[in-house]
Design a protein around this ligand. Sequence first.
Ligand SMILES: [Zn+2]
Length: 316
Amino acid sequence: MKKICIICKNLKDENEFNEEHIFPESIGNKELKIYRVCKECNEKRLSKIDASLTNHKLIETRRLMYKIPGKKGIIPNPFENGVLESDPEQKVKLSFDNQNRVKIYNIPKISKPIQNKENKRIDITIDNKDKNNLQDIINKKLNRMGASELYREEEQIIEKHPNTIHNLTIDNKQYKKAIIKIAYELGFYFLGEKYLKDRVGEFLRLFLMDDLNEWSNCDLGHIDFIDKEDNRLYITLVNLLKIKKYEHLAFIFIVDQKIHIIIRIFDLIDALIIISKEPDLYRIPEKDLIIIDSRSGEVEKYKFSQKVTNKNKATI
Ligand SMILES: [Zn+2]
């Protein structure tokens, strides 16, 4: 049986399709999927669009915190390349332990040999964790220098809780396309086959097909990093639903004869997008709210109004 790919709109054989995760798998969505994107669109176009979100440095901080691996099983570390504030020559790597406490690892630093009258000196700085490997590190260096004798002079602990500096380049544009992809696919997921003829839906689809187009916040809604200070809608929603930092959210609703979708990614990105201006053509499904636990990848679907009353009952 042939079906239409919702991205390129070509009619293709069943076996030319594969599963498409609406929220990317690499931000912790295992279950919310559609089977209406052809392999070609999925592998060429969408994986690139998804990557602008999943490899975003701020998103990577959460993936590191909640231990969410990518397709190859690797958990990203945006703090891989840092230096000590007190010693910009000293490279460090940050990670989180099981209690989400920050751990700093000093990458071993070995100075060039410093020659004085009687002898050569090298300075070695290592992380406390490497203490037991110090002899190995020294021997390796001595071998390379062709030296055999060793006088160990001093050992000193420099700083216990140093400040570190990391340069993160934060993308401000590309990731928005990934959010539009989620919104468009949610449109299809919630509204079904008819959505492929929607005028706003078509606008969103063409936006995804265009490599050059940049999303600027317009009359179809906004996509932004969450600024908790002035984002009332976000605060209201999070308080009402008791959303956790590691949860993603999607919510579909009609206001002013327009179908809106709210998308939240972790506690970082917040979007409100109009996905249709023809609400009379559709029936919004009873379960209009989706919450994804990024740590387990599990997806829960709710009726928004029920979730709100249940949550509030529970807290009274
Ligand atoms: Zn396609």
